[in-house]
Design a protein. Structure first.
Length: 66
């Protein structure tokens, strides 16, 4: 499972690096992840590594690289 989550994190990092800040719905699509679970596992991985900034809006989260 760790290697899968690491790959998801790499996909999320690449999507953010190419597109800039994205909301979670856009990010899931840009990273080509199948489920929200995969997205949130990847976000947790990258947050633990202190690579992300997350901004909470009224109805969504916006994610960007630090």
């Amino acid at each position: 499972m760790n290697s899968k989550v690491g790959m998801f994190a790499g996909d999320v990092w690449t999507a953010l690096n190419q597109n800039g800040a994205l909301d979670v719905k856009e990010l899931k699509k840009a990273a080509k992840l199948k489920t929200e679970k995969d997205l949130y596992l990847a976000l947790g991985w990258l947050l633990r590594e202190d690579k992300l900034e997350i901004t909470e809006g009224e109805k969504t989260l916006t994610v960007a690289l630090k």
